[in-house]
Design a protein around this ligand. Structure first.
Ligand SMILES: [Zn+2]
Length: 171
């Protein structure tokens, strides 16, 4: 009688390029270790997760051999490592600084002006509320940042230079 298919086992063999017959012992052992760390009754979900972690493993340990036992050993680590890296990537351009002037934000509000009233607002009797905050790079820690940007109409907006910002902050 043919033994029933074991999808997670087959997937683990496939992603690690392991021969079923020669590597059966290692595959079974690694699969048991993976199941200890990943409680999932549905074999299809487990198989998909094995594929996913194998993909993460290749990115975290570039060039390292992906064996069944290595994947089992680093099962949690590859996931955490990728999570950590993607968090870091979002903050790459603004490393954290300690700065009393901006509180580490690297930008300061140097002035506020009333929210403008648009034609549509006037037509419909809306009064503008609140203020628009004008930001400039912090003069203490981030004066090297180019804070200029293009407005939606293409004109260039350049915040005041660090000396001016300092002066405006001291008011
Ligand atoms: Zn600062």
């Amino acid at each position: 009688m043919e033994r029933p298919r074991d999808i997670p086992f087959e997937t683990l063999a496939q992603v690690t390029g392991t021969d079923w017959t020669v590597g059966r012992g290692e595959l079974n052992k690694a699969l048991a270790q993976i199941k200890e760390q990943f409680a999932e009754d549905d074999p299809m979900i487990l198989a998909l997760e094995i594929e996913e972690r194998a993909r993460l493993y290749r990115r975290v340990f570039e060039g390292a051999a992906l064996t069944p036992s290595a994947l089992a050993k680093h099962w949690t680590r590859v996931f955490e490592e990728m999570h950590r890296r993607s968090e870091q990537a979002t903050n790459v351009s603004t490393p954290y600084t300690q700065c009393d002037t901006c509180g580490g934000h690297r930008f300061v509000v140097y002035s506020t002006r009333p929210m403008p009233e648009t034609f549509w607002m006037k037509q419909h009797g809306f009064k503008s509320r609140g203020e628009i905050e004008e930001y400039a790079p912090c003069p203490e820690c981030s004066s090297a940042i180019d804070g200029s940007f293009r407005r939606f109409d293409g004109t260039k907006m350049t915040p005041p230079d660090p000396a001016q910002v300092r002066e405006m902050l001291s008011r």
